[in-house]
Design a protein around this ligand. Structure first.
Ligand SMILES: [Zn+2]
Length: 266
């Protein structure tokens, strides 16, 4: 059992070759506080939107996030070319696949209270690409390849919409991808890098945290695939807080050498 003190522990990058950023260890007290916070509030209620309304909202957020996500990818030594796909399912879910594909389900727009909260879900998936999580296991690569065929046919038939930054997908493709699970460490890393993307795009990182708390409240009462593949408990909220404090302390600089060691400030 790792000591709870000091509260923030920056691990050297060498501790895990694949990690772009290692989220600090959080104290049991911070987890208990996050747990109480989740239990005290109401779970968000789905606000039904038409496909057109949801697509417009998701495209608006995706367009604003794309350059920020590319900048963060570059900081991490990667090139990311984004392609956003709309899935009309009413689930709060998003998934990353292929080289830079991100599928966003309608429920993401329906549960989010504002663009900042929606941006958190999308930025989290962009972060999985930025941190190279999508191709980091054979199983995931194989599943991605199998679904890539489905996606390619969908994208091919709606190619005209790509100029808007959002491709029309089929209901359920996001759910198929949701069976691809990441490690807890990768989820925390994606939250932290996602927060950096949000900051870069000018979104409110505090609202992103509200979305994580909301996901924690939903997980107690609703079955959504986002919650099964992206478990949202108090530990995730506490980790997010620690990571954001870390990022703020180094003025949100990421580099391939790890957080806070960027030699070429933006
Ligand atoms: Zn994730």
């Amino acid at each position: 059992m790792r000591s709870a003190l000091p509260l923030l522990v920056l691990l050297p990058l060498g501790a895990c070759a694949d990690a772009a950023y290692q989220v600090p260890v959080v104290s049991p007290a911070a987890q208990a506080a996050a747990s109480a916070e989740i239990q005290q509030g109401q779970a968000p209620v789905r606000r039904p939107l038409t496909d057109e309304q949801a697509k417009e909202a998701i495209a608006r957020v995706a367009r604003r996030l794309a350059p920020a996500g590319s900048a963060v990818c570059q900081d991490l030594g990667r090139q990311c070319a984004w392609r956003f796909v709309y899935d009309p399912s009413q689930e709060l879910n998003a998934a990353a696949t292929g080289e830079g594909d991100i599928i966003v389900q309608r429920g993401t727009a329906e549960y989010a209270r504002n663009d900042d909260q929606m941006a958190f879900v999308i930025a989290h998936e962009m972060a999985h690409h930025a941190a190279n999580h999508v191709r980091s296991t054979n199983t995931r690569a194989q599943l991605g390849a199998a679904l890539g065929g489905v996606l390619a046919s969908v994208i091919g038939s709606y190619a005209g919409l790509q100029a808007d930054g959002l491709v029309q997908g089929a209901a359920g493709i996001g759910s198929q991808l949701a069976v691809i699970s990441y490690s807890k460490a990768q989820e925390r890393e994606a939250d932290a890098i996602g927060a950096t993307i949000l900051h870069e795009a000018g979104y409110d990182v505090g609202e992103a945290r509200e979305m994580l708390v909301a996901l924690g409240r939903l997980s107690g009462q609703t079955r959504t695939s986002l919650l099964s593949t992206h478990p949202a408990g108090p530990d995730r909220v506490a980790s997010f807080d620690a990571a954001v404090a870390d990022m703020r302390a180094v003025n949100w600089q990421l580099s391939p050498q790890g957080v806070g060691r960027s030699v070429t400030p933006k």
